[in-house]
Write a protein that binds this ligand. Sequence first.
Ligand SMILES: Nc1ncnc2c1ncn2[C@@H]1O[C@H](COP(=O)(O)OP(=O)(O)OP(=O)(O)O)[C@@H](O)[C@H]1O
Length: 570
Amino acid sequence: MRESYKRFWPYIREYKFQFLMVLIGIILTVSATAATAHIMKPLMDNMFINKEARMLYIIPVLLIVIYIIKSVGRYIQAVFNTYIGLHIVSRIREELLSKMVNMDMQFLYLNRSGELISRITNDINRIQYFVSSMMPELIRESLTVVTLVGYIIYLNPTLAFWALIVMPTIIVPLLQITKRLKRLAHRSQEKNADIVTRLTEVFNNSEIIKSNATEQYELERFHHENDHFFKLNMKSSYTSELISPMMEIIAAIGLAAVIFIGGRQVYSGAMTVGEFTAFLTAFGLVFQPLKGASNILGRVQDAQAASERVFHIFDIQNQITDGKSTLSEAVKRIQFDQVTLKFEDKTALENISIDIQAGETIALVGQSGGGKSSFVNLLLRFYDPISGTISINGHDLKEYTQNSLRSQIAFVSQRVYIFQDTLAANVAYGDTVDEARVKEALHMADALEFAQSLPDGIYTVMQEFGANLSGGQRQRIAIARAIYKHASLLILDEATSALDNETERKIQNTLKEYTKDKITILIAHRLSTVQDANRILVFKAGQIVAQGSHQYLLSSSEEYQRLSQTLTES
Ligand SMILES: Nc1ncnc2c1ncn2[C@@H]1O[C@H](COP(=O)(O)OP(=O)(O)OP(=O)(O)O)[C@@H](O)[C@H]1O
């Protein structure tokens, strides 16, 4: 627990004023509670025994004042506790998202989106209680316990010894319970992540689910996860609910000891009935806050497990690190020098050497899994090679900051991403919308006509994933987005695969002028897409097995001849 607090301390300590307010709230509540007991004295002595009539007015008014103070204290404590908790949690949520979006691509590929969403939402919410309310509550309960225990020791040390001797017996089972609770909390949070993953999958794959009529199948899979989650939470409840009855049994044993030993002391005259009653009352009162404190320990396990899951992400170090220079000029030359890329044991690229100059259009072709996407992923620094160097304008890629490098690259990926925003904002993505530029980019991507036919033209809001668009329209928006960026390196990974030949040709013709001083790298499976490239690189099992113009390769490379058969057919 200390470890977790250490992690939260930098956040917690920034809320001195709010904690002070919580403390004031606690002081008001505790004093008002004490005053409630204290008012019993004038109530009995002055009002009933001495029959002072003015007390008939004073006591009820005092009682109301005391309860107002108590309520104000409670309110202040609750509101400021919540403020601290919610504020810290919302800050950590943003920091966690910032950490996640800046993680290596491999991390983002490997971790399910549902798992990451669950950490940002569910896990973080569970921390709130830990960072705000737990400490004040523990302080309040401990203070009350210490005061009451002090009081009973003061009343009768021998009896207090026998009454309290049973207390340590609770420690061992309590520790075991909290250990088990933490294990269960970990599993329950993992299960929660599974549920969110399942849900994101169900909603992202609705087409495939509907077309295969697998709704029932998905419901059963969800039921399986949900049921598991339910059972884990019940297990947690069986365990945590043990704390209260255990405390009560211990309290009963303590009380029995007090009655047996105290009763004998009363019989022998060592203790008056009044002293015995006061002792019994105070001893009875100790257990309420003690139970409260043990319950807090139970709840803390959940928050601690969640904070471990959250801080685990904060602790992951990126493998891809930023260089110091800024790539502010256009990409004029790309060199691969004996570059090898491996994913664990699998070699994705082997000994790749190539030199590309500004103005060139390079097409990558080859069998599926041949390494084409890996080649462009290296340029984007989604991965780093295990050996060899890649340089841009004569400097190793690793010398540049990733942001400055990527600002020079316009990338159209195989999967088209459309954000739930206006069409214009989708084209200008991340930049301010310049209407004329957006229209020009759309025109070059042969998408202006369809954009203008939309209800609000380029300001029409796109649906999530571009659900209201055809595959070809989505691709054209993605191409327009790349054009809008005016980057010096254009990477098109199967960017025109959903377009008909005529549209593709049209876009290619406009792009020719646009890319004449840039470097264009395109991956394609269609002959029409690649045959005009200055150079075609043929990939096979992670190697470039041939390169040259379309005509040259047709006459010299068997692999290309074989590929061109399939390229023409598709
Ligand atoms: N993130 C990754 N983790 C592990 N292995 C990967 C990863 N990305 C690619 N690979 C592997 O590296 C090899 C090359 O993949 P790559 O995606 O570069 O092929 P490709 O030529 O683009 O294929 P396609 O034409 O099917 O898109 C494949 O065997 C693939 O399984």
